[in-house]
Design a protein around this ligand. Structure first.
Ligand SMILES: [Fe+2]
Length: 177
C-alpha cells in the first residue's frame, strides 16, 4: 500500500487556494513536542507552521455521538483524498491532532490504514485486545475492517495516516453496528 501512497503524493500539486476551517483542537498545536528525529521534526515544523491556515475536519458521523470533550480536542487535515486539499479517489493522506488523555473509542473502516506517529505517546489497541504503546517514528497498520481504538498520552499526539482501497467511506464506531 505504501507504493500507491507515494505515487499519489508524487503526483499531487497544491491548489492555489486552500480553504481555512479552524476547530478548537488547533489550540493544542503550540504544545506539540519535538519527536527527537530530524526527518519527522521537519514534517512537524511545517505542519505546525501551516496548521492555523488549513482546513480542519472531524468525521461527520462522530459529531452527534462522541462527547463534547472528545470533539473539542481532536481534528485532522485531509491533505490528499476525497474532499481534501488535493483530490484523489483511491488514496487518503492526512495528519490528525489529539489533545492529552483522550480515548478514541473502537472504530473500523473498509480502507487499509497505515499510521505514523509524529508526536506524542499514543497507545493502539486492535480487535484482539492487545494494546501497543508507541512513540514518534513508530508505524501502526490496520487491515480493512480491523477494529482499533487509541488512548492518547499526556502530550498532544500528531499522527500521519494513509488509507488505500475504499477510501471514500469514513470510519464508523464499532458501537454503531
Ligand atoms: Fe483507522
Amino acid at each position: 500500500m505504501v507504493a500507491a501512497v507515494l505515487d499519489a503524493l508524487d503526483d499531487a500539486r497544491c491548489p492555489a487556494d486552500v480553504e481555512l476551517n479552524l476547530l478548537p483542537v488547533v489550540r493544542h498545536l503550540d504544545a506539540v513536542g519535538s519527536s527527537g528525529d530530524a526527518a519527522i521534526d521537519a514534517v512537524l515544523e511545517e505542519f505546525l507552521r501551516l496548521g492555523p491556515a488549513l482546513p480542519w475536519h472531524r468525521t461527520a458521523g462522530y459529531l452527534d455521538v462522541l462527547s463534547r470533550d472528545y470533539l473539542d480536542n481532536y481534528g485532522y487535515v485531509q491533505l490528499l483524498g476525497p474532499n481534501s486539499i488535493v483530490e484523489h479517489a483511491t488514496v487518503r493522506v492526512g495528519i490528525g491532532l489529539w489533545g492529552p488523555h483522550l480515548h478514541y473509542p473502537a472504530h473500523k473502516h473498509e480502507a487499509e490504514e497505515l499510521y505514523h506517529v509524529l508526536a506524542g505517546e499514543p497507545s493502539f489497541s486492535s480487535g484482539d485486545g492487545n494494546a501497543r504503546a508507541t512513540r514518534p517514528g513508530d508505524a501502526v497498520h490496520h487491515a480493512p475492517w480491523q477494529e482499533h481504538s487509541q488512548d492518547f498520552g499526556p502530550t498532544p499526539t500528531v499522527l500521519l495516516y494513509c488509507w488505500t482501497g475504499a477510501v471514500e467511506p469514513d470510519a464508523v464506531l464499532v458501537s454503531d453496528r
